[in-house]
Ligand binder design. Structure first.
Ligand SMILES: *[C@@H]1O[C@H](CO)[C@@H](O)[C@H](O)[C@H]1NC(C)=O
Ligand SMILES: *[C@@H]1O[C@H](CO)[C@@H](O)[C@H](O)[C@H]1NC(C)=O
Ligand SMILES: *[C@@H]1O[C@H](CO)[C@@H](O)[C@H](O)[C@H]1NC(C)=O
Ligand SMILES: *[C@@H]1O[C@H](CO)[C@@H](O)[C@H](O)[C@H]1NC(C)=O
Ligand SMILES: *[C@@H]1O[C@H](CO)[C@@H](O)[C@H](O)[C@H]1NC(C)=O
Length: 245
């Protein structure tokens, strides 16, 4: 798979500190023009089926079509997002992914940070694909960078170990306050549910291992690293649900 395009749609600031609003991030592959009208029709059917089954079950994988026109897809809501928001999210994603990645045989879209929709003409279930990614970070620096980094590393490690517990369905989240950093950090990790415990851990480790590269050398109070099979985010404000936990 060679995904290679990325569109970053939205950036907002508040007056207290810069807050990166919920965003939609997609990675469409540039070089995979859909070869047949049948495959294009199959992608439409697949995406519609995923929108419907993910609305009901919060997670679904599906295949559509036969032979060389067969396509594979996955839909999933972030574990902390409620059913109402999940349905809205996956329906929006279904619309947007076909508009934004209309000529691609493989694409993924994280819609408003709340859900992911993905399709491919190659079978990808259970695989970690580190080749297509996106990142965004806050330009504000922590007050005490080295204390912040220490606190962040510990929190991310705790939250990741939660995500790989099968009962948690790929979701880990938590917060921590440190006097030394003078910040409360909130963090969330989410794997797609087709991944094994081992693959979830692998995907999260790749994402976290890329913090120095993707998160302004970790000199930032907030960052997101997104892949087609996992998501990691931290901020100094609550962003996951319920907002007070
Ligand atoms: C896309 O295809 C063109 C021409 O075939 C090639 O030059 C280019 O390197 C490819 N880009 C990627 C990202 O694979
Ligand atoms: C779902 O979560 C949203 C927050 O995004 C909240 O506004 C809404 O009231 C919640 N709906 C239900 C049914 O709990
Ligand atoms: C998709 O392909 C069609 C037909 O080749 C072309 O007209 C259209 O501009 C392409 N869309 C994008 C987003 O590249
Ligand atoms: C999307 O994935 C490609 C790899 O296929 C990567 O080169 C590109 O940088 C990704 N987009 C962003 C903004 O990271
Ligand atoms: C802690 O942070 C708050 C607000 O961010 C600031 O007003 C306060 O001076 C800081 N305290 C210390 C000891 O750095």
């Amino acid at each position: 798979m060679a995904l290679s395009r990325f569109i970053f749609l939205l950036f907002l600031s508040s007056c207290i500190f810069a807050v990166l609003a919920d965003v939609s991030v997609e990675n469409c592959s540039d070089n995979s023009t859909i070869p047949t009208a049948q495959m294009s029709a199959n992608i439409d059917s697949l995406v519609a089926e995923l929108a419907s089954s993910t609305s009901q079950n919060r997670f679904s994988i599906a295949t559509y079509g036969k032979g060389t026109d067969k396509v594979y897809g996955l839909g999933q809501c972030r574990g902390d997002v409620n059913s109402t928001d999940c349905t809205t999210c996956i329906q929006d994603a279904a619309k947007n992914i076909r508009t934004n990645c209309q000529n691609q045989t493989d694409a993924w879209l994280w819609q408003n940070d709340n859900c992911i929709l993905r399709f491919d003409d190659d079978q990808f279930f259970g695989n970690v694909d580190p080749s297509s990614f996106a990142n965004l970070y806050n330009n504000d620096h922590p007050q005490h960078p080295s204390a912040f980094k220490k606190q962040l590393d510990a929190l991310i490690s705790k939250v990741s170990s939660e995500a790989v517990v099968p009962a948690n369905e790929g979701l880990g989240r938590g917060k921590s306050f440190s006097v030394a950093s003078n910040d409360t950090i909130y963090a969330l990790t989410q794997c797609t549910r087709d991944l094994s415990r081992h693959s979830c851990s692998e995907c999260l480790n790749i994402a976290i291992g890329n913090f120095p590269k993707f998160c302004n050398n970790e000199k930032t109070v907030g960052c997101r690293v997104l892949y087609g099979s996992c998501y990691v985010r931290y901020e100094i404000y609550p962003f996951y649900y319920p907002l007070d936990s």
